[in-house]
Design a protein around this ligand. Structure first.
Ligand SMILES: [Zn+2]
Length: 59
């Protein structure tokens, strides 16, 4: 089930949310939990955020 995820703070939002951006002003990106990487905070966040964005765009 896909959901929106803030690209800044990674807070998850329901895809049916009426918000169009995060409360902190971050841009949403659409993610699918089924293909999310299990690695979270054990790696450098910036690096993994970039990696995840790439993998989603290439899907
Ligand atoms: Zn945010």
């Amino acid at each position: 089930m896909p959901e929106f995820r803030c690209s800044e703070c990674r807070k998850a939002y329901d895809i049916a949310t009426m918000n169009f951006q995060c409360e902190n002003g971050g841009v949403f990106k659409l993610v699918d939990k089924d293909v999310e990487f299990p690695v979270k905070k054990s790696r450098k966040p910036a690096m993994w955020r970039y990696y995840e964005a790439l993998s989603i765009e290439n899907k």
